[in-house]
Ligand binder design. Structure first.
Ligand code: HSO
Ligand code: ZN
Length: 441
């Protein structure tokens, strides 16, 4: 028996998508339960601002920063002392991400509906955003890049990066987080994490220095279940991105896949968290067996063995055997993975048939870790099946289409009767009168 539990769907005709969704492995993450824990935190920060946020910081992060806002000198110092190799790698990551995200900005769309009547969809950036980079089991300067680059590409005018303070860094966020922010040209960083962070970003406050901490219009970025719960609670007051929960990878493989590559990639995302999910969907029992055989020694010899073993052997991970690639596509669509690798013959054609995934990695030379850091794509992606209805972070996340309507007198006159008719049909005659009043005199 391998580390991955196995589900054999080869004998049966596949159930329909809604049923299949309940069969594929998936972590039982209960954000609703976290809502009750998070509600008093959000209330306290709304009522007592920074004071409450610092109390929760002390309780959860075991440190009390001197101020929420990180002093400019600390950002400069972090950049000055950054390992040159890490700096060069971050610069590669940033420049590739900038190249991709610059092209994602959609141009305004002007439609001439009739002579004298136009509707324009004008894309306007959100004015001020809060971008979250988690602490926890690992620190993610790469997530600073993935949040900041699209916001900047969208033209967001004011942005703050937030990350939990670290007890062993004098109450500042991790130095590489600070350095990444500085490298991106961000000058506002807050040392606060978790639910209290989202609440402070949403409501703003007054820092210990007396400085104003201005509330934001939108919060994006991955975090733990409490941060996610706080985003759900505050959604409406602020905009949020798709929920980015515990990371997950699915690999769709046929008998051409290299089992060592597949095993390495399954391990790579399991490394994030004991609750991370690694799912192999394959038409080949031989590949499934070979992946199992490859996993054991590889898991044993990497650094975070225990975390990975827990993730791979958990109920959220597993191997699913399918009769053919069509069934494989149906299964990965039902799963709607955050990351989906296609390791099959003619991988691009297979990838083109996939409907649900946060990001698709095509062929033998496009592993998820490339996308995590240096592909140019974004790594803040929907998890937990949210890829059925949402996409990952992109430049468009930070833009709203405003519909601008402009009709001339004649163009309105030409359609006045139809407006009146529909208004009467909805028993809203005053709607129609707003049009007819213009032509009564
Ligand atoms: N795979 C994570 C992102 C990440 N990986 C950051 C390494 N660092 C979620 O897409
Ligand atoms: Zn990763």
């Amino acid at each position: 028996m391998g580390m991955l539990r196995r589900l054999d769907l080869r004998a049966d005709t596949l159930p329909r998508a809604a049923v299949l969704r309940g069969i594929v492995p998936r972590a039982a993450i209960d954000v609703d339960a976290a809502l009750e824990i998070v509600r008093p935190i959000v209330d306290a920060v709304r009522e007592r601002g920074v004071e409450a946020a610092l109390e929760y910081t002390e309780r959860f992060d075991k440190v009390r920063p001197a101020s929420v806002r990180v002093p400019a000198a600390a950002l400069a110092e972090a950049l000055g002392t950054l390992d040159p190799a890490v700096r060069a790698a971050l610069e590669t990551s940033i420049s590739r991400a900038r190249a991709v995200h610059a092209e994602q900005r959609r141009a305004d769309v002007v439609t001439k509906v009739v002579p004298g009547g136009t509707v324009t969809e004008r894309f306007v950036p959100v004015r001020r955003v809060g971008l979250y980079a988690p602490g926890g089991l690992a620190v993610y300067p790469s997530s600073v890049v993935m949040n900041v680059v699209p916001a900047q590409a969208a033209g967001v005018e004011s942005l703050v990066v937030a990350s939990p303070p670290q007890a062993d860094n004098g109450g500042l966020p991790h130095p590489t987080i600070l350095a990444a922010a500085a490298l991106l040209g961000v000058d506002e960083v807050w040392a606060v994490g978790g639910a209290q962070c989202v609440a402070l970003l949403a409501h703003g406050g007054t820092d210990t220095s007396g400085e104003d901490l201005e509330p934001v219009d939108m919060v994006t970025g991955p975090g733990n279940i409490y941060l996610t719960a706080a985003k759900r609670l505050l959604r409406g007051l602020i905009g949020i991105d798709a929920e980015a929960g515990t990371t997950e990878i699915a690999v769709l493989a046929d008998d051409t896949a290299d089992p060592v590559h597949v095993a390495a990639d399954l391990i790579s995302q399991a490394e994030h968290d004991p609750n991370a999910a690694s799912v192999l969907v394959t038409t080949s029992e031989a590949v499934a067996d070979a992946v199992d055989a490859a996993l054991a020694p590889m898991v044993g010899s990497t650094k975070h063995t225990e975390r990975i073993r827990t993730a791979l052997s958990g109920p959220q991970s597993g191997t699913i055997l399918v009769a053919n690639l069509d069934d494989g596509i149906a299964v990965v669509d039902a799963y709607a993975a955050e990351h989906l690798e296609i390791q099959t013959a003619d991988a691009a054609a297979v990838a083109a048939r996939v409907r649900n995934a946060g990001a698709i990695f095509v062929g033998a030379w496009s592993p998820v870790s490339l996308g995590d850091y240096c592909a140019g794509s974004n790594h803040v992606l929907p998890t937990g099946g949210c890829a059925r209805h949402s996409g990952g972070l992109s430049t468009q996340t930070f833009l709203r289409g405003i519909h601008v309507v402009e009709y001339t007198e004649q163009a309105l006159r030409d359609v006045a009767d139809q407006v009146v008719t529909l208004a009467v049909a909805e028993d809203l005659p005053a709607h129609g009168e707003a049009v007819s009043a213009r032509f009564a005199r």
